[in-house]
Write a protein that binds this ligand. Structure first.
Ligand SMILES: Cc1cc2nc3c(=O)[nH]c(=O)nc-3n(C[C@H](O)[C@H](O)[C@H](O)COP(=O)(O)OP(=O)(O)OC[C@H]3O[C@@H](n4cnc5c(N)ncnc54)[C@H](O)[C@@H]3O)c2cc1C
Length: 433
């Protein structure tokens, strides 16, 4: 079928008029080869292997109240909140360097309005932490950019849904405004409003910087006594059955030693099912390729809000004087064999899968048809059956907690409620506060 598709494309491109730069990139890049793993599109990878020994960055403690596994967005957020709530004997173990999994290449969009009150609360809290709390605590800028967010409605039904989001947001103090097509054009002059019914504008939405956010989170956690150890893969989890027949976490094993602990938080992203297996816990998430492309410079795009067009399943994220274009793939590629050797890496982009986003993007901002693509970013992301994250204690083993399966929103979720739940379930740390 792939050959047929490629032949079809060649025939089509032979009879088509010349394509726009954005479309030309697509036509040039199409290949009948299957998508394969590859390094980032630089010389080698972001992390140059200098052959030096890669032992843990700090000595391992013999025991800890909590061991957080994974130094991506969720691991860093979790250890920050645990430390802030008064737990000082907590350790984060990252197999490679912080952000090496999915987090380093995230688009970092934060939309505060979602259809669930719990999510709205979590997102509002996340925004506060990254735009205010972390800077006050560490004196470091997290890289937060508040350029606003614009939800596109092409029909009445969609705008009614956005009005419901606006009402829900009011409860949590989130400012938003319904705009007419003409008002939208004033705000975003490059936008095509011919098929627009209205929009919802959220001025305090914005974009996070993955490295800056994780660095400040771990700095703040370390200042409160938490320990962050990189280059330290977890290779086993010891589980014991107590006298009442209840399975409980006992220790975390690494090639550099064992840490006795009653509590593990699995924040290992697409690798979380592997960590689950080590403890006999099923982690129901699936790894898929998820992508965006970065355009070349666009005159007049500076300071525009990020755009989310749910009907076209596309987003446009401001990136300096360019845009990142991405969305949810309708026919995604599954990452069947999740590799342990995938640090700071990307996949080749499959243009067949991605093309739908380009069509939607060009319809919304027609100037894109004249703009070339600077780079492609296609990485692994976890998805769950109900599109909700997996947070809380696993039913199979006491003390084995999940913080994974974030469905392409893991940069925006804070684990505040999750950690509160942890405290409620684990009386021991509560007594220490
Ligand atoms: C193209 C793309 C665009 C995205 N855009 C957005 C966006 O705009 N907004 C948003 O909110 N989200 C976005 N996301 C999703 C977001 O990036 C992820 O949900 C989030 O980064 C996941 O963080 P994590 O900490 O769960 O996983 P990861 O970042 O993958 O972290 C897991 C860590 O665990 C480590 N690990 C694995 N196994 C072990 C082990 N055995 N021992 C120790 N450590 C281990 C890994 O090395 C890794 O560093 C996007 C994702 C993609 C792919």
């Amino acid at each position: 079928m792939a050959f047929l598709g490629s032949a079809f494309r060649r025939v089509v491109s032979a009879v088509r008029p010349p394509l726009s730069p954005l479309c030309r990139t697509y036509a040039r890049s199409y290949s009948s080869e299957p998508t394969k793993e590859k390094s980032v599109p630089y010389e080698k990878t972001l992390k140059q292997d200098d052959g030096a020994s890669t032992g843990p960055t700090k000595p391992l403690p013999r025991s800890a109240d909590v061991v957080v596994i994974g130094g991506g967005s969720l691991g860093c957020q979790t250890i920050y909140h645990l430390a802030k709530m008064g737990l000082t004997n907590v350790v984060l173990l990252e197999r490679d360097r912080l952000t090496a999994g999915t987090t380093w290449h995230t688009a970092g969009l934060l939309w505060q309005l979602r259809p669930s009150d719990v999510e709205v609360e979590l997102l509002a809290h996340t925004r506060n932490v990254i735009s205010k709390d972390l800077e006050e605590e560490t004196g470091l800028h997290t890289g937060w950019i508040q350029n606003g967010g614009l939800f596109i409605a092409s029909n009445k039904q969609r705008l009614d849904e956005y009005k419901r989001l606006m009402s829900l947001g009011k409860v949590y103090g989130i400012e938003s405004h319904v705009l007419s097509p003409a008002e939208t054009k004033d705000l975003y002059p490059l936008m095509n409003i011919d098929d627009l019914y209205g929009t919802l504008y959220v001025p305090k939405d914005g974009t996070m910087d993955p490295a800056g956010t994780c660095t400040t989170l771990t700095r703040a956690a370390s200042a409160r006594g938490a320990v962050v150890i990189e280059n330290c893969p977890v290779t086993g989890i010891k589980v014991q059955t107590d006298d009442l027949g209840v399975k409980r976490v006992k220790a975390v094993k690494t090639p550099h030693g064992t840490i006795e602990t009653p509590c593990v938080v699995n924040c290992a992203g697409v690798w979380a099912p592997k960590l689950g297996e080590m403890a006999g816990v099923k982690v129901p998430l699936i790894a898929m390729h998820h992508a965006y492309v970065v355009t070349q410079r666009i005159e007049g795009i500076q300071n525009m809000p990020n755009v989310r067009d749910h009907d076209a399943s596309v987003y446009l994220r401001l990136q300096g004087d360019a845009l990142s274009v991405g969305g949810y793939e309708h026919n995604p590629i599954f990452w069947e064999e999740v590799s342990d050797k995938f640090a700071f890496s990307l996949f080749d982009l499959d243009w067949d899968v991605f093309m739908q986003h380009i069509e939607g993007a060009i319809n919304r901002v027609p100037v894109l048809e004249q703009i070339g693509i600077k780079s492609t970013v296609c990485g692994p992301e976890s998805f769950t059956a109900d599109h909700k994250p997996l947070m809380g204690e696993a039913p199979e083993v006491r003390g084995f907690f999940l913080g994974c399966g974030f469905n392409s929103a893991g940069k925006s979720y804070d684990c505040l409620l999750f950690t509160l739940r942890y405290f409620m379930l684990l009386r021991l740390p509560l007594r220490k506060l």
